[in-house]
Design a protein around this ligand. Structure first.
Ligand code: ZN
Ligand code: ZN
Length: 229
């Protein structure tokens, strides 16, 4: 599992929807300490003895002493037969990471909570079979929306979150011949709309044989088989 921003109870309900229970989890890999990523981790980890993996900075911020089983990420690592590459990202947290997971020839990338892109990130997320990318906000909805100006500045800044245009550009740049599936995630319920995310995805994927879906905060999504149609 990557992150757990929901409460323990909510997470157990959500796992059930996928025919899973917490004891099926081999580990929880944490991206960073913001509450929408860590709310339920302590209860989930400690009650079910699930090891947690986090960067040193995240480890300090979440209080490693609160966890029975916590591991420090300091380079490539593996959990069972999954190889994991941590990638540092520009975001206003202590030592935020995102990840590429490799297992039996398939490569899956997870990239959310970053304010800007770099060649290093583009290279790390190239040659994937599937990717989940943050489409956090629409620039004009954010600017016109109800958030106070300091928060608007934070979200749209280089250490905040990707807007629809940045995310679509990233998808266009990493869309190799092997990429089958794109999941748009971490979508603001206040500063974005599903139709705008779909439009942004459509603008870069319309001529390509790549499946995409927009993740919903309330409903999540079901299992996805990553393969060429
Ligand atoms: Zn977040
Ligand atoms: Zn964050």
């Amino acid at each position: 599992m990557v992150d757990c921003g929901f409460s323990y109870k909510d997470m157990v309900t959500r796992l059930k929807r996928l025919d899973l229970n917490p004891d099926a989890l081999a580990a929880i890999v944490v991206t960073h300490e913001h509450s929408d990523h860590v709310n339920g981790i302590k209860a989930l980890s400690n009650r079910h003895s699930i090891p947690v993996y986090a960067s040193r900075g995240t480890w300090i911020e979440i209080g490693a002493d609160n966890y029975k089983f916590i591991n420090h990420i300091d380079g490539l690592f593996s959990i069972g037969d999954i190889n994991i590459t941590p990638i540092p990202v520009p975001h206003d947290a202590r030592e935020p990471l995102q990840f590429v997971f490799g297992c039996s020839e398939k490569r899956l990338g997870i990239l959310s909570d970053l304010g800007s892109l770099s060649n290093r990130i583009l290279t790390a997320f190239s040659e994937l079979d599937a990717v989940s990318v943050e489409f956090n906000h629409d620039i004009s909805l954010l600017q016109r929306g109800p958030y106070p100006s300091y928060l608007k500045t934070r979200i749209s800044g280089d250490y905040g979150h990707l807007n629809n245009n940045q995310a679509a550009k990233l998808v266009e740049q990493i869309a190799s011949d092997r990429l089958c599936t794109v999941v748009a995630c971490h979508i603001s319920e206040i500063n974005n709309e599903v139709a705008l995310v779909e439009k942004a995805l459509e603008s870069v994927l319309k001529d390509r044989d790549i499946e995409y879906l927009v993740a919903s905060q309330s409903d999540g999504f079901g299992w996805i088989t990553v393969e060429r149609r």
